[in-house]
Design a protein around this ligand. Structure first.
Ligand code: ATP
Ligand code: MG
Length: 342
């Protein structure tokens, strides 16, 4: 069976990149797959989180999923720490993955910065936990932004090494030789890597200090308008063709955002706006962005006002996720040779 898994960290300001690269795609996949969408709170604490703020953020990410159109009844929405299998399987994967593999991860290098000695061990092992998140449900497809491509490749390597290392035991337990499927990244569309509005060479991020660099899902119409009007651009008009976006990262980014919000593509956007000045295009982009985000923003506000309701949705999701997770963990323990409680 084909199954989708993906997660978003409760690390602060959900932004347009999270929406276009991930959450909007989560919604679109619901017709074709059984989907599991997770607020990955254990990932969030790989860097310091204020406890009260973390609780608020967990509910806010869950609210964003629901407000954007994720169906928590048909599909599964929950927060990671409520299902203990994530941490358990991550430990097993800590023992499968090789140091050399993790040493190549660029996100660790970026997030640890210069003071690497002082980064948490969790930040380093983060990709192993991510592999566990996906493989705990034996998910086959993972919608993510471009920045997660390398971690997905690692998850595939871990799945393959586990299947190989334990091939004899998998067979002895009467299980499929491909016990863990090799999960496929779903990275497609015009906004797989939304860039900062202030710097076309950096991705839009929750953890970037400058608020002007991103459009938050909680921004109101005036904030959205002001951030887009101030977004960095070059002095030329918009090109007529997609080739003309080459070496123009800021133009490329704004056209990609427009295309993703309009469910269109860059060529169609340029067929309409090629030759236009940025001032005119930015106004159209403001209108479109406000039009698409305002209903989500309003619904998120409504949902976060009732934390009890969100907590019930998460608890219900966790119960259903746990049922799948327990089956996988029982098999994993048998395969590895651990003795389960009788
Ligand atoms: P942080 O800075 O805390 O890592 P983040 O903005 O990278 O936050 P994550 O929770 O790490 O957000 O990622 C959630 C999902 O959003 C992932 O699928 C990730 O690939 C996607 N994503 C994050 N930033 C972007 C972006 N700029 N463009 C497209 N997708 C993105
Ligand atoms: Mg991230």
């Amino acid at each position: 069976p084909q199954r989708v898994f993906s997660g978003v960290q409760p690390t602060g300001n959900l932004h347009l990149g999270n929406y276009l690269g991930a959450i909007k795609r989560f919604v679109e996949l619901q017709d074709r797959f059984g989907c599991i969408y997770c607020v990955v709170d254990l990932h969030a604490i790989t860097v310091w989180q204020d406890p009260a703020e973390l609780r608020r953020s967990i509910r806010e990410v869950a609210a964003a999923f629901l407000a954007a159109g994720v169906d928590g009844e048909k599909h599964i929405v929950f927060n990671q720490s409520q299902v203990s299998g994530h941490a358990e399987l991550a430990w097993i994967f800590n023992c499968v993955a090789r140091l050399g593999w993790l040493n190549r991860m660029t996100q660790f290098k970026e997030k640890a910065g210069k003071d690497r000695e002082n980064a948490s061990v969790g930040l380093y092992a983060y990709p192993n936990l991510m592999a566990a998140d996906i493989l705990l449900y034996r998910a086959t497809h993972v919608p993510v932004g471009e920045d997660q491509k390398q971690h997905l490749e690692l998850a595939r390597d871990i799945a393959q090494k586990f299947n190989n290392d334990f091939a004899a035991s998998i067979a002895a337990n009467g299980l499929d030789e491909k016990f863990f499927p090799l999960p496929e990244p779903l990275i497609a569309g015009p906004a797989t890597r939304v860039m900062s509005l202030r710097d076309g060479s950096k991705k839009m991020s929750k953890s970037e200090p400058s608020d002007a660099s991103r459009i938050n899902l909680t921004d109101d119409a005036d904030q959205i308008a002001s951030k887009i009007r101030k977004a960095k651009t070059d002095p030329l008009p918009l090109p007529e063709t997609v080739e003309g976006l080459k070496d123009r990262p800021e133009a490329d980014n704004l056209v990609g955002i427009y295309a993703a919000l309009a469910d269109s593509d860059a060529a169609a956007v340029l067929a309409q706006y090629g030759g236009a000045q940025f001032s005119a295009f930015k106004q159209a982009l403001v209108d479109l962005t406000v039009d698409k985000l305002a209903p989500i923003n309003a619904e998120m506000k409504r949902l976060v006002a009732d934390p009890g309701h969100i907590d019930r949705v998460l608890g219900h999701g966790a119960e259903r996720a746990d049922a799948i997770a327990e089956t996988t963990m029982a098999a994993v323990k048998d395969i590895v040779g651990l003795i389960r409680r009788a």
